[in-house]
Design a protein. Sequence first.
Length: 509
Amino acid sequence: MGGWRHVLSAVPGDAQVLIGGEQVEGTGSAVDVVNPATEAVIASVRSATDADVEAAVKAARSSFRAWKNTPAPERGEKLHALSDWIGEHTESLAETLTREGGKPLVENRDEMGWSSSCLDFYAEMGRIERGRIVPSGEAGQLNLVVKEPYGAVAAIVPWNYPILLLMWKLAPALAAGNTVVVKPSPYTPLSTLELADGIARIFPPGVVNVITGEADTGRSLVANPDVALIAFTGSVETGKQVAHAAADRLAKVHLELGGKDAFIVCDDVDVELAARGAAWAAYLNSGQVCTSAERFYVLPQVYDDFVDAFVDQASGIVVGDPMEESTDMGPLVRAVQRDAVEAQLSSARAAGARILFGGERPADTGFFLTPAVVVDVDDSMDVMSVETFGPVAPIAKVSSLEEAIQRTNESPYGLGANVYTRRLDYMLAAMEEIEAGTVWFNDPLTDNEAAPFGGFKSSGNGRELGVEGLDDFRQTKHIHIDSKLDAKAWWYPYADYARHQAEFGTAPG
Ligand code: NAD
């Protein structure tokens, strides 16, 4: 038994990496897991080495054929079983998530609910259809378009929603008949290792493998020639590295990357309500959501009132121990993350921005930062143009909706955008013109399993959720069947063809 399992005693379950159905210890160097609220090391988890990665991919590859040929309803039952297992272990998984990631317990319980729901959705979706029939060119023929799994899929996920974002890949990948190697973030491996207990009980050996480690483990997984598809969620910079590495062997890549979501407030809104929704969109999970609202464009008629209402909202947020039920906002995930956020605030201030509220460290211990409201900003500042991933709301006044949309689109990112309005003409203009994978009107950051999620431009190139999220884990095969077994006119010898054409004006047959 490895050393880290002793330290791990605070974490329920016997969490270990899972390779080919065996829960074993990684054989690489140990990586500390830090509680961001206390800065205490709560576990030390051994990384997977290249040999561990190889073994996990081999296990996924060897179990592929049997899993692919398992009837879809049976695969669906296993997904439902994992959903139930998560339901039964919600409290323990949520506590582990809070300890390792700093997200408030209440949000982590929600994450478990959404994870189960995603599994249930794809358990059913995977049994509905696997292709279509298209019209044939001749009588007596059948033309099928068949969707097939790729093989061994690598699912690489970040730390902000470790289980939910994993489910957005795992559920459709398995429903489609792929097998999977999972790599969580080294910041938050414990919840995924705990989940591996359930996976080991439910799925045949090798169908789902879980390995841990840092960037090197991810690189090794991406480079493995037996990984047929890499499904990656993370930053734009890492996404580019993954895409480069995959290009070397022309592996299929599915990228879900960062964003700089705009939040537009029109002149017809209930300002108090809009500010409440806006504050939640900016500060949920300390602003560490890929679709956090990170820049606000407000029409002049409501600007002053909106800013006042926003400051009221920000000052009412309870920052503190994420294990407390009454806490609204926990710490950032790591010191380096908080440093990067503070650097954006300092450079904005140096360029003339004013911080109306927050942006301070409320405690000596823990990576906490109070929610910041920043005004007098322009789009040249990093705080308005570079992903912040922290609790910062920079608010700019714009002259019109048209200007707000134009500034929304002047960004390399295109993940999501929010618009607050009741006016239909505003809604239509915004829904047609905004360049983003999701546009939310009056209900920020709400996902719907039946609707696809993903990015335009640098924010990614695939879709998760919905039927699109299943199709991204399926490749397309065309099957052409001719029942007649006759010789075709266009076969050799061409002399027959020419003679027949000359004599009858038609092809033979
Ligand atoms: P990250 O890019 O640093 O890491 C993501 C994962 O990739 C981790 O598991 C990491 O260990 C692994 N990794 C790192 N280098 C690698 C490499 N060279 N090859 C293979 N794997 C490698 O991201 P993060 O800091 O964990 O997460 C935050 C980022 O994720 C933000 O930019 C956020 O916007 C983005 N994100 C996007 C979505 C989405 O759905 N679009 C959702 C959540 C988070």
